[in-house]
Design a protein around this ligand. Structure first.
Ligand SMILES: [Zn+2]
Length: 588
């Protein structure tokens, strides 16, 4: 249902008594409020707010969805070092500790409570009473660099790893640049600051390179400049200030002249370094970083443009939200099967910080199987292992992903083929199992599961087997640890004699794809992922038990359907005892 033509959408017309209450609250605090705008559902008030011995001018912009969302308040005329956006004067009214926006509170009440605090905390910081300030405000830095981000162009990005910069005014900088546009144009690009150099002397050691980063990275010379506060607020002002610093240095050192020359470039990046708040507290000042890009179209000055580019510090710190990643960064996983379970397992393991993943699968992505696969049209027609490794290495450059497009265990009647195989299939598989810290079988093939269970037990590598049952009524995730008293054969014997209940299944819910004689089950990725994610959790638990509890079960069985009705996912689990019929475990 869309809004009707004559429907009232202004909150103050829907709720006139709320409007009256908001205006009355301003009067109650001695503030004079006049309406600056009431068009387009956006109510803006101009407010003269009394504060101690003076009056502060505020612009109060109510949310168009008032009172559900908080207002935007700016103080254009006052100068505050903190809690005021230096670009637009926006006030940070919701100082943590005061809690979140309370829709039952009138806006004037919020201003009354918070405005005094903002002035107080700025005074405390000026007087270097950091303990007292910390009691009122969040103890996080408020870098000026972040405010420049709002001014940055949309389609380009610079990465850097906070390299050492000489304590001088300017010098050369080296970048790698990868065009983002399909035609290779650098109108949109990603760039990486590789290293910097003092005005004279050697390059500082290379710190950051696109090694293993997919793309068409090309080296590009730029420059770095130190600017002093106060900083110009826009790209053109920053560039002019940077050029002035360079011009001054060139008079003293002619070797710096190339920093002023365009050469045959059509793009140049300038790093601006300045004193910024990078940590909370009295010693919080450090190097702030901004990146300017100049582009030239044609030879003259007319085609010259300059813009700010958003930048991100990229390092192992990107895993800060994921403490377990540190324990996974040097782990290797071998994944057998990259289908409806395996493709999601691959992506989730790499996202979790696994250092190296080898994926084995013989199939291709097709329109019909991509409805329950990680990627869609960009992968149609490609081998699953290649589509996955390209996608994962492009998007998660800290992981190494190796593709092996083979059908495990497939024989041949061609003598020449058999004799030319190198390395031999069994030795290659055993090498991979031996080098892996963990093997995941997501093949959904009972032949493959039995073979992997046998080989992993022989070699001593833990194995997680995961698959969905027919009709997607349930699933199974089994963890087989080396040296355990029971094995895959034992589990299958327990299932067949009813010692362990098999999860629900519906053998009728299958579909036979055209031109292929092996039926596949019907069902959605949204159900399959219940299995995929437990495979991932089990894998991570076995790889990093100190950081992520593996749990103490060996087998787990999922039910998504009970008595013919969908149920919330229900997991049963248990440990595995040796079965007397298992020739390996039962006789012991
Ligand atoms: Zn056994």
């Amino acid at each position: 249902m869309t809004a009707k033509a004559n429907e009232v959408t202004n909150w103050w017309k829907c709720w006139p008594s709320l409007y009256d209450a908001e205006m009355a609250a301003f009067s109650a605090h001695g503030a004079a409020a006049t309406v600056l705008n009431d068009q387009n559902d956006m109510l803006i008030l101009d407010v003269e707010w009394p504060l101690e011995d003076r009056t502060v001018n505020l612009k109060v912009g109510f949310s168009p969805l008032h009172p559900f969302f908080p207002p935007t308040v700016t103080a254009p005329d006052i100068n505050l070092a903190r809690h005021r956006n230096p670009f637009d004067g926006g006030l940070c009214l919701l100082v943590p500790g005061a809690g979140h926006w309370n829709s039952k509170q009138r806006v004037a009440e919020l201003i009354h409570e918070q405005l005094v605090k903002i002035f107080d905390v700025n005074r405390l910081r000026e007087e270097e009473k950091w303990d007292e300030a910390a009691a009122v405000e969040e103890q996080a830095p408020d870098p000026l660099a972040n405010y420049y981000f709002n001014e940055a162009e949309d389609h380009s990005t610079v990465y850097f790893a906070r390299p050492a910069v000489p304590a001088q005014s300017c010098g050369p900088a080296e970048f790698f640049i990868n065009p983002r546009a399909a035609n290779g144009s650098t109108s949109a690009f990603e760039a990486m600051l590789r290293r910097t150099k003092p005005a004279s002397g050697h390059w500082l050691a290379p710190l950051f390179e696109p090694k293993g980063w997919a793309g068409n990275w090309k080296q590009s010379e730029g420059r770095w400049v130190r600017l002093k506060q106060p900083m110009p607020k826009d790209a053109a002002g920053l560039l002019a200030a940077a050029e002035a610093v360079i011009a001054q240095q060139v008079t003293a050192n002619k070797l710096l002249r190339p920093l002023q020359e365009r050469g045959n470039r059509d793009l140049r990046i300038t790093v601006i370094i300045f004193d910024d708040e990078i940590a909370y507290g009295p010693d919080g000042t450090g190097d702030g970083w901004l990146f300017l890009v100049e582009r030239w179209q044609g030879k003259g000055a007319k085609g010259h443009s300059v813009a700010l580019v958003r930048s991100y510090e990229v390092s192992e710190e990107i895993f800060a939200r994921l403490p377990v990643a540190a324990a996974l960064r040097n782990k290797k996983v071998l994944l057998i099967g990259a289908g409806a379970v395996g493709s999601f397992v691959a992506a989730e393991l790499v996202r979790a910080g696994i250092g190296e993943l080898t994926i084995v699968d013989p199939d291709r992505v097709e329109p019909g199987n991509s409805v329950r696969w990680l990627l869609g049209r960009i992968a149609w027609g490609l081998p699953k292992v290649l589509a996955l490794s390209n996608f994962l290495m492009t998007n998660y450059p800290f992981a190494r992903v190796v593709a092996w497009g083979t059908r495990l265990g497939e024989g041949t009647t061609d003598v020449d083929v058999a004799r030319s195989v190198s390395p031999t299939p069994v030795s290659e598989l055993r090498r991979l199992i031996d080098e892996a810290d963990l093997v995941v079988d997501a093949s959904a093939s009972i032949d493959c599961q039995a073979a992997m269970a046998h080989e992993c037990r022989r070699i001593g590598t833990p194995l997680v087997v995961g698959y969905a049952t027919e009709g997607l009524h349930g699933g199974v995730v089994v963890r087989l640890r080396p040296g355990a008293p029971a094995c895959w054969v034992c589990l299958n014997e327990h299932w067949s004699d009813g010692g362990i209940k098999v999860p629900p299944r519906d053998p009728s819910a299958t579909v036979i794809p055209i031109g292929c004689n092996s039926p596949t089950f019907t069902g959605g990725s949204f159900d399959l992922q219940e299995v995929s994610m437990e495979v991932v959790r089990s894998a991570i638990g076995l790889l990093a038990p100190d950081e992520y509890d593996a749990g103490d079960w060996d087998w787990s069985a999922l039910a998504l359907v009970r008595d013919g009705r969908r149920t919330l996912p229900q997991w049963d689990c248990g440990t595995l005892a040796p079965h007397p019929k298992c020739s390996g475990c039962g006789s012991k």
